[in-house]
Design a protein around this ligand. Structure first.
Ligand SMILES: Cc1cc2nc3c(=O)[nH]c(=O)nc-3n(C[C@H](O)[C@H](O)[C@H](O)COP(=O)(O)OP(=O)(O)OC[C@H]3O[C@@H](n4cnc5c(N)ncnc54)[C@H](O)[C@@H]3O)c2cc1C
Length: 401
């Protein structure tokens, strides 16, 4: 049964990048949307993220391409060095040839600016209602009437025609329907944003840059027109970790980066405050649809950060959901089935590839030597061909029909 005429809103649990992208996609299909966010404000914290061309295709499809482009830094290349001896393991040019190949740039951006671009777009539609300090605890469904009810922490009941669980890696919606355990990686991430004046001159590259060390790596790239730099350091923890964020210390970071080159080591001297993220992902699942409820973004496919694609995938999810509704005339059951069919394999590939990339970045001993030899002499065209499955995504090919 089609519900084009239904007056009920679509409910979205979570006002992060995925939830806002979903709101935009749904408004473009003619729906009214209610977004429930547990935080007191709709906002983002944290540092920078990298965006592949697929993210810009998604921004365009959501009507906020110009806003996002204006806030991003387009890189000239992606580069990986060995953190011990500084050897250049691989360099991918992301200038004109890359942009021509994939129709959009590779970029780095503050995650606040991604979120802001989506939020401005959603507010401008006038069709999205936001409810902050609202934690969705439970979902109920009335199959006969085709309704979904989200119940918040105060017991208030919100009724909609469908529900999108965009409530992040620790999703309540996923817990209710799937209840699978996280896979704690034992990898710990420290992130910081540093002003240009404090950032080493010899590392001020217009690039997404990675230093791969034994059981650790460091990442840096410019933000906000090069006025700031994003610094991320990751290591295998020696202790048993629990998924989540805690306070960290410079002493802890220093203890994991012995023996790496002085040029890379400069990065761990920079941040003034330290927060540590003990990371996790989950095994990919094949079912994301539960009646009129579905999952989107990290709730559907939480991943390690090593492919730099979690936010990109959340936006792709949203665009694909919108397209699945469009080709099915807003018929929810058919659209959700097509959404799931179109997203499961691709996002699982990101999760599984992320694990492999983590292994590559952290290789030690002979494995490190193999890693360093992998891309020797590889042409840019071969790099681009290998990336086609990922960056060649766009709104026209997003559905697996
Ligand atoms: C170190 C690191 C580096 C990364 N780098 C990149 C990168 O370079 N490129 C990239 O594309 N991605 C990157 N990512 C991944 C990216 O940050 C996430 O994939 C993305 O933020 C997921 O968005 P989301 O909206 O699905 O989830 P979230 O950002 O987690 O948003 C979920 C929202 O839902 C709210 N919420 C949660 N539970 C409830 C509830 N029950 N009720 C109401 N509200 C709720 C939360 O407060 C939050 O606002 C990185 C991640 C990490 C950790």
């Amino acid at each position: 049964m089609s519900n084009v005429q239904s007056e009920l809103p679509v409910l979205i649990a979570g006002g992060g990048i995925g939830g806002l992208a979903a709101a935009l996609a749904l408004v473009r299909r003619g729906f009214k949307v209610q977004v429930f966010e547990q935080a007191a404000e709709i906002g983002e914290i944290g540092a920078g993220i990298q965006l592949g061309p697929n993210a810009f295709h998604a921004f365009d499809a959501l009507g906020v391409g110009d806003k996002a482009r204006g806030r991003a830094v387009y890189t000239d290349h992606i580069v990986m060095h060995d953190a011990i001896d500084g050897y250049q393991v691989g360099k991918i040019e992301t200038g004109e040839a890359f942009r021509a190949r994939f129709g959009n740039p590779y970029a780095v951006i503050h995650r606040v600016d991604v979120h802001k671009s989506l939020l401005e777009g959603a507010v401008e539609t006038g069709k999205v209602e936001f409810f902050t300090s609202t934690h969705i605890n439970q979902i109920e469904q009335d199959e006969a009437n085709h309704t979904v009810t989200a119940i918040d922490q105060n017991g208030k009941r919100w009724v909609g025609q469908a529900l999108i669980g965009a409530d992040g890696g620790k999703s309540v919606v996923r817990a209710q329907y799937v209840n699978d355990p996280p896979r704690v990686t034992g990898h710990v991430v420290y992130r910081a944003v540093v002003d240009k004046a404090d950032f080493p001159e010899d590392l001020r590259w217009n690039a997404a840059s990675l230093w791969a060390g034994p059981k650790c790596h460091l990442v840096h790239y410019p933000l906000r027109g090069g006025e700031q730099y994003n610094v991320v350091v990751t290591f295998h923890s020696r202790q048993q970790e629990t998924w989540g964020v805690t306070d960290g210390s410079k002493e802890e970071v220093e203890s994991y980066f012995q023996g790496i080159s002085p040029q890379a080591r400069q990065l761990i001297e920079l941040p003034k405050t330290w927060k540590r993220w003990a990371t996790a992902d989950r095994e990919p699942i094949g079912t994301w649809v539960f009646g009129r409820a579905t999952l989107l973004g990290d709730a559907a496919h939480p991943t390690t950060q090593y492919m730099a694609q979690g936010a990109c995938m959340a936006m792709e999810d949203a665009v694909t959901l919108g397209e699945a509704l469009r080709v099915n005339n807003n018929h929810w059951e058919k659209a959700l089935a097509l959404y799931q069919q179109s997203r499961v394999t691709r996002t699982a590939r990101i999760v599984l590839s992320g694990r492999e990339m983590g292994r590559l970045y952290h290789a030690a001993g002979v494995e490190r030597l193999v890693r360093n030899s992998l891309w020797k002499g590889r042409s840019q065209e071969r790099f681009y061909d290998a990336m086609e499955w990922l960056y060649g995504w766009n709104v026209k090919n997003c559905l697996s029909i």
